[in-house]
Design a protein around this ligand. Structure first.
Ligand SMILES: *Cc1c(COP(=O)(O)O)cnc(C)c1O
Length: 382
């Protein structure tokens, strides 16, 4: 029999989820039917947005969110190097230049002070994409200040932070950002298989994105006169639709999000206890008064003095634990090197040399956590 491998993350699908999704296959429409609308209503309610548009994944959500700003090709967008590739590739897909700014050493999110210095010097920067890394919301108050002072747009790449709270509010994302994007990939806080959404309070942005999701085939008063079959495509769009059965899973999963997140928090607290044992570890730090951390990830920093990180990862895998690193800083990727990034990012560099994402997901038991800790302790000779 194959040995059980503990991954850094995974989905939790219950019998209830399965029976709910089964129903969809009996309906007339299995894509773009009632469940898409219903899922969007539930998203708006939970996350406090006027409008929601569910799409095929988090990357298409980012692609359309940026496109909806209608910036010029010469404009650039600033974001963090410590994020998934899509945050930057979606900027390039829209023909804008990505600019990176270092992270804050405590929160691991984009540092607003560095962002401000860059905006002052570079007038081409028209938008900020903040990533609520690991489930820790960015300093959105500071970004709102920058928005008002410099007239830049704010996008929240919220893929890690569904169920987090900022200043006591779980619907914070749409209060600060013009556009919020989410992903419901199986490792995220809840899942639709593949899937994502764009949330906004801006009707114009919403209408644009909704049309773009389905080839920009627009029907309005003028096309109606030509017949019920008629539509017009003024500018190309995409097929970024999501199916009804994915949205049914989303509806069923969203109901459980609070439960999923409180389990993640419980797991994180136990790791905090275990990894406080040695100076070699740095556990995630956050301000309990301002932040409710949803722990999409548990980023543990380890001082790799006694064993190279690569050996540590290989040995842990042999022992049945597949760890991860989130993330290789974007400026190390060849696709961005071409964009001429000569500067240094000391905080991201230091973070990257020490970061290990410990397993965290709904079904991870306390026993599993303890055995993971013991393996780490052994390999590091503590
Ligand atoms: C997962 C993720 C994405 C992309 O989402 P997909 O659904 O995989 O396309 C984008 N940004 C961040 C920060 C993510 O974690």
């Amino acid at each position: 029999m194959k040995k059980k491998i503990i991954n850094y993350g995974r989905q939790h699908i219950s019998q209830k989820d399965i029976s709910f999704v089964k129903n969809v296959f009996k309906s007339e429409l299995i894509t773009q039917g009632n469940y898409v609308d219903l899922f969007e209503k539930k998203l708006s309610k939970y996350f406090g947005s006027k409008y929601s548009c569910a799409v095929s994944n988090g990357t298409s959500a980012l692609h359309l969110a940026i496109k909806s700003l209608r910036l010029k090709n010469s404009h650039s967008i600033i974001t963090s190097p410590i994020t998934f590739i899509s945050t930057a590739s979606s900027i390039i897909m829209n023909n804008h230049k990505p600019i990176l700014a270092d992270i804050d050493h405590k929160t691991y999110t984009l540092d607003p002070n560095i962002v401000e210095q860059k905006i002052k010097k570079d007038k081409s920067i028209k938008a900020i994409i903040g990533v609520d890394y690991a489930g820790h919301p960015c300093d959105w108050e500071a970004f709102k200040f920058l928005k008002n002072k410099y007239g830049v747009y704010l996008i929240n790449d919220n893929c890690h932070a569904m169920g987090s709270k900022y200043l006591g509010k779980k619907n914070y994302a749409c209060k600060y950002a013009d556009i919020v994007t989410q992903s419901y990939h199986p490792v995220k806080n809840f899942t639709t298989g593949e899937g994502g959404s764009v949330l906004t309070n801006n009707k114009k942005i919403f209408d644009f994105i909704k049309n773009q999701r389905s080839h920009n085939m627009v029907k309005d008063a003028s096309t109606n006169k030509k017949g019920i079959w008629y539509y017009k495509v003024k500018e190309i769009g995409y097929n970024y639709r999501i199916t009804d059965f994915q949205c049914a899973l989303g509806i069923s999963q969203l109901k459980q999000l609070d439960k999923f997140v409180s389990k993640r928090v419980k797991i994180a607290k136990y790791y905090n206890e275990l990894f406080s044992a040695s100076e070699i570890f740095k556990i995630p730090e956050y301000n309990l008064k301002e932040i409710y951390h949803s722990f999409h990830l548990y980023p543990l920093l380890i001082n790799f003095k006694k064993i190279p990180r690569i050996n540590f990862f290989n040995k842990m895998l042999k022992l049945g634990v597949r760890l991860q690193v989130h993330y290789i800083p974007l400026y190390k990727q060849p696709f961005l090197k071409k964009i001429d990034i000569k500067e240094k990012f000391p905080v991201s560099e230091n973070f990257y040399s020490r970061e290990v994402s410990m397993p965290i997901y709904f079904n991870l038991s306390k026993k599993d956590q303890f055995s993971i800790y013991k393996k780490v302790e052994n390999l590091l000779n503590l």
